[in-house]
Design a protein around this ligand. Sequence first.
Ligand code: SF4
Ligand code: MG
Length: 313
Amino acid sequence: RNVKMYFPITGGILQRRIGEVKAVDNVSFSIKKGDTLGLVGESGCGKSTTGRVIMRLYEPTEGSIVFDGHDITNIKGDQLRRLRQNFQMVFQDPFSSLNPRMTVGAIVAEPMIVNTRMTQKEVGERVAYLLRVVGLPQEAAFKHPHEFSGGQRQRIAIARALGLNPKLMVLDEAVSALDVSIQAQIINLLDDLRRQFGLSYLFISHNLSVVKHVSNKVGVMYLGRMVEIAPKSKLYGAPLHPYTQSLLSAAPEASRKVKRERIVLAGEVPNPSNPPSGCAFHTRCPKAMNICREARPELLEIVPEQFVACHLY
Ligand code: SF4
Ligand code: MG
C-alpha cells in the first residue's frame, strides 16, 4: 500500500547526498491467492524494484507490505528469514543465479538444508520429487548447471524456488532470455505449478504478449508509478492510459488481432532522478494538455476494476 522506494544519490569526494531516485513512487496493488499479476513497462520503470520490495530484499522508504493479513513492512532478523520462505524469486539469467560449482541436486537441496530440519534422506527424496515436478530427469541431480540448456536451467531455478513451499513467486523476466518455443514450455510449466500448488505470481516482464498469456491482472508502470492496472481482458481489450495504448500498439501480437494504429512515442524515457513534473509521461504523451505539466494525476477507478492515472478521464 502506497509503497515508495527512494534510493539516495551521492556525489563529490564527501559522498554527500545530492538527490534521490524515486524507483517506486507511491505504488499500491494486491494479488489474490492463485492469481498472477503481470507488471509491465520499459526498463528502469521500477518493476524489478517493486518485486524486490515485496520480497523484503529492501525495506521501503514509505508505505506498507501486507502478506496473508500480516504487516511485514518492518520485520527483521529471524522473523524476516522465516517469513521469506513464503516468497521466492526467479530471475532472467539462470546462469548467474545457479552456482556453477554445485551439482543440480545440491543447488535444489540448499534452501531446505539451510532453512529446515529435514534429514538428508528427506531432502534427497524431495529433490527427486522436485526434479520430476519441473520435468527434469533424475540424473540431472548429479550434473552441473553448464550441462543444461537455458530452458532446463530455468527449470532448475524453479525447482530450487519450490523447495520451501512458497506461496508467492516473483518472476522477474524469468522467460525473457529464452527462445520463443522454450518460453512457451516454461510458461506452461509455471501455469501447471501455480494450479498444482496454489501459488500466486508477480510476473514482471517487458514483453506484453508473454504477460497476456500468464496474467489475470496487469499493471503498467512508468517512471516508478503505476499508470494503469486492470483485469487482463480490459487492459488489452480497451486500454485507457496513453502509455498503455502506445505499448500495446507496438506489441506485434496485439496489433495482428486488433487493428491498432501504431503510436510512436517521442523521445526517451526521462531520467528517473529528475522525473517530469505533473504527469511524468507528459514529455512523451501524444495527448498531453496544459494541466498535465502541473498536476500529478491520481490512479482512479475509471471503469469498474480498471484504474488509470490520467487527466483525460
Ligand atoms: Fe497524457 Fe496528460 Fe494523461 Fe499524462 S495525464 S497520460 S500527459 S493526457
Ligand atoms: Mg528489471
